[in-house]
Design a protein around this ligand. Structure first.
Ligand code: NAP
Ligand code: COA
Length: 263
C-alpha cells in the first residue's frame, strides 16, 4: 500500500504507548517509514527493545507501565531529551480477556480500566507541555466495545467508552493547539486482541459474519488511518473517532441475506 508520500513525517517525533506489538507497532513502523523519529513504550523491556530494532531509524524502545503516571512521564522526558519535543502521541496500550461480570473480581475490572482508560489519561495528561504546538496530534486507540455493549466485555466496554469521551473533552479543552482523535479498529488479523476475543473457530466465524466487508482488517490499514490523522490532511479534524472496521459499526451484517431479503 503506498498512500502517503515519502518524507511526509520528516522532522516529526512520535511517541507510541503500547507500541511494542500488534496494531500500535504497525503504526509506529509506518510513522518511521514516513520519516518520523519514533519511541515505543510497553511494560516488557525486552519486547520494547526488539520492537525498536524492528522499527529501525534510531527508534527508542522504552519500558514503562501506563498505569504509573511518573513512569510514563519519565519515558516522555527521555524521548524529548533524545529527539526534541513530540508532535504525535498515540495511546494504544490495552489489556483484555473474556469474562462475565460474575467471573471477574473487582481487581480484574479495575485492571483493564486502569490500563486502557487511566492509562490514556496519563499518556495525554503527561505529554501536554512536551508537545510541539500548534499542530500536535494525539490519537487514542479505542474499540467498538465503546459504543456496542458486548457480553464478557464489561471492563473493556466501560474503559473504551471512557476513552471516547476523554478524546472529546480534550478536543474541546486543547482545541487551538492540539488535535485529539481516536481510531476504532474492527477485528484485525494476526493480533493479540483477536486471539483473545475470538479464541476458536466458531467465535472467529461469528465475528467474521458480522463484518460488512467480509474480510479481516490489516494492521497496515489501521496504520494508514493514524498517518492520516497525524498529517496536515486532517488539519481541521479534532474530537472525531475514525472507525477502521470494514463496516462493523454500521450494523450486524450476519443478519443480512440478500437472496432472501432481511432475516
Ligand atoms: P497487543 O499486541 O497486545 O498490544 C498491546 C500493547 O500494549 C503491547 O505493546 C503491550 O506491551 C502494551 N501494554 C499492555 N499493557 C500495558 C501497560 N500497562 N503499560 C504499558 N504498555 C502496556 O494488542 P493489539 O491487539 O494490537 O491491540 C492494540 C490496540 O488496538 C488496543 O488498544 C486494543 O484495544 C485496540 N483494538 C484491537 C483490536 C484487534 O482486533 N486486535 C480491535 C479493536 C481495538 P507489554 O505487554 O510489554 O506491556
Ligand atoms: N478472567 C477473569 N479474570 C482475569 C482473567 C480472566 N481471563 N485474566 C486476568 N484476570 C484477573 C486476575 O485474576 C487478577 O484479578 P485478581 O487479583 O482478583 O485475581 C486481575 O485480572 C489482574 O490480573 P494480573 O495478571 O495481575 O494483571 P496484569 O496487570 O499483570 O495483566 C492483563 C493485565 C490481565 C490485562 C493481561 O492479560 C495483560 O497484560 N494483557 C495485555 C495484552 C492484551 O490484553 N492485549 C489485547 C489488547 S485488546
Amino acid at each position: 500500500m503506498q498512500t502517503f508520500r515519502d518524507g511526509l513525517l520528516d522532522g516529526k517525533v512520535a511517541f507510541v504507548a503500547g507500541g511494542t506489538s500488534g496494531i500500535n507497532l504497525g503504526i509506529a513502523k509506518r510513522y518511521a517509514q514516513l520519516g518520523a523519529k519514533v519511541a515505543v513504550v510497553g511494560r516488557n523491556p525486552e519486547k520494547a527493545a526488539n520492537a525498536a530494532a524492528e522499527i529501525g531509524s534510531d527508534a527508542l524502545g522504552l519500558s514503562a507501565d501506563v498505569r504509573d503516571y511518573g513512569a510514563i512521564r519519565g519515558a516522555m522526558e527521555h524521548v524529548v531529551d533524545r529527539f526534541g519535543k513530540m508532535d504525535i502521541v498515540v495511546s494504544g496500550a490495552a489489556g483484555n480477556f473474556l469474562a462475565p461480570v460474575l467471573g471477574m473480581s473487582a481487581n480484574a475490572f479495575r485492571t483493564v480500566v486502569d490500563i486502557d482508560l487511566n492509562g490514556t489519561f496519563n499518556v495525554f495528561r503527561g505529554c501536554h507541555d512536551l508537545l510541539n504546538t500548534p499542530g500536535a496530534s494525539l490519537i487514542a486507540i479505542t474499540a467498538g466495545q465503546a459504543v456496542n455493549a458486548s457480553a464478557l466485555q464489561a471492563h473493556a466496554c466501560a474503559a473504551k467508552a471512557g476513552i471516547n469521551q476523554l478524546i472529546r473533552v480534550l478536543a474541546l479543552e486543547w482545541g487551538p493547539h492540539v488535535r485529539v482523535n481516536g481510531i476504532s479498529p474492527g477485528p484485525i488479523s494476526n493480533t493479540e486482541g483477536m486471539a483473545r476475543l475470538a479464541p476458536d473457530a466458531a467465535s472467529r466465524q461469528k465475528h467474521y459474519d458480522r463484518i460488512a466487508m467480509k474480510r479481516w482488517g490489516e494492521i497496515e490499514e489501521v496504520a494508514e488511518c493514524a498517518v492520516f490523522l497525524s498529517s496536515p490532511a486532517a488539519g481541521y479534524i479534532t474530537g472525531t473517532i475514525l472507525d477502521c472496521d470494514g463496516g462493523s459499526q454500521v450494523g450486524d451484517a450476519s443478519r443480512i441475506d440478500l437472496a432472501k431479503g432481511m432475516a
